[in-house]
Design a protein around this ligand. Structure first.
Ligand code: TPP
Length: 293
């Protein structure tokens, strides 16, 4: 198990203070800077490992950054604090985005990211809760993280614990039937402390989601299952922040975040091959140059 980086954790505490206590402009500035850092780190990690799912990593970045930078009540130096909010990345193939976010927050040292997917590294291609602090449950098989999140939120209620559970799903992942059982269960129990975020980048592995199985009208489907649906631009931190406001309806909240796969690197954006293609050296330099602008 990796251990916290105290200096990075202290920086994260300052960052959280800024997003909590600062004005709206300062909050957004901090989140945007964090997103740039995370995207750059994703590119360098995948360049080093020559493996990963870069398109989905770049589409989910602003969602993760908004959650860890301004919403979740977590302490990287006490990753098992019973009162912490719970975060589950159900689209576990985007582990590089999660790892770079966790290390940015101080859960473990940044240098560890350079071992991503190397033999014996803790940072496997899919997140492992026994190896990486901040990972609440193992994910990778699509359709597993969401049912676990529902159980986690239900357990919190049964124990009288006042904490949030947030789960991030891929839109292609929504084709797994287990997700709809989970949605039905959470709707039935009115799990208001549960938020499900769909990274709606409209691409899955090898195809557009709508060419594979029609997902729309997605908000209506969540509503029919007893959820409050909120649809936002998934790269707009202000819209995401508003969408993560707690439920006032007694229903769980589904945030449908419209995103672009490969966001931030123009030659990767909305292109199916970048699901898990690895950039060559020229492309790495171009990506870093564009993301650093
Ligand atoms: C049960 C299961 N089937 C297949 C896969 C292989 N797989 C990994 S990612 C992926 C596509 C996921 O698409 P989406 O959820 O839209 O993710 P994103 O586009 O955001 O990367 C597939 C089919 C898997 N991980 N689990």
């Amino acid at each position: 198990m990796l251990t916290a980086d105290p200096a990075a954790a202290a920086r994260y505490r300052d960052l959280r203070k800024a997003t909590r206590d600062g004005g709206a402009d300062e909050t957004l500035e901090v989140l945007r800077a964090m997103s740039t850092d995370i995207r750059l780190r994703i590119v360098t990690m995948i360049d080093r490992s020559q493996l990963g799912h870069i398109g989905g990593d770049l589409s989910v970045t602003d969602i993760l950054v908004t959650l860890f930078g301004a919403v979740l009540d977590v302490d990287p130096e006490h990753p098992h604090d019973p009162g912490r909010d719970r975060f589950i990345l159900s689209k576990g193939h985007c582990a590089a985005a999660l790892y770079s976010t966790l290390s940015h927050c101080g859960y473990f040292p940044d240098a560890e990211l350079d071992t991503f997917m190397a033999p014996l590294s803790a940072l496997n291609g899919h997140p492992n809760r026994r190896k990486v602090p901040g990972v609440e449950t193992n994910t990778g098989p699509l359709g597993h993280g969401f049912p676990v999140a529902v159980g986690t939120a239900l357990a919190a209620r049964l124990r009288g614990e006042n904490r949030r559970t947030v789960v991030v799903l891929g839109d292609g992942e929504m084709q797994e039937g287990s997700n709809w059982e989970a949605a039905m269960t959470a709707g039935h129990y009115g799990l208001t402390s549960l938020t499900a975020v769909v990274d709606r980048n409209r691409l899955q592995q090898g195809a557009r989601t709508e060419d594979t199985k029609t997902l729309e009208p997605l908000a209506d489907k969540w509503t029919a299952f007893g959820w409050e649906a909120r649809r936002v631009d998934g790269h707009d931190h202000a819209q995401l922040l508003a969408a993560f406001a707690p439920s006032a309806t007694g229903r769980p909240v589904a945030v449908i975040a419209d995103t672009v796969k490969g966001k931030g690197v123009s030659f990767m954006e909305d292109r199916v091959e970048w699901h898990h293609k690895v950039p060559d050296q020229q492309q790495v330099h171009a990506a870093i140059e564009e993301l650093s602008r």
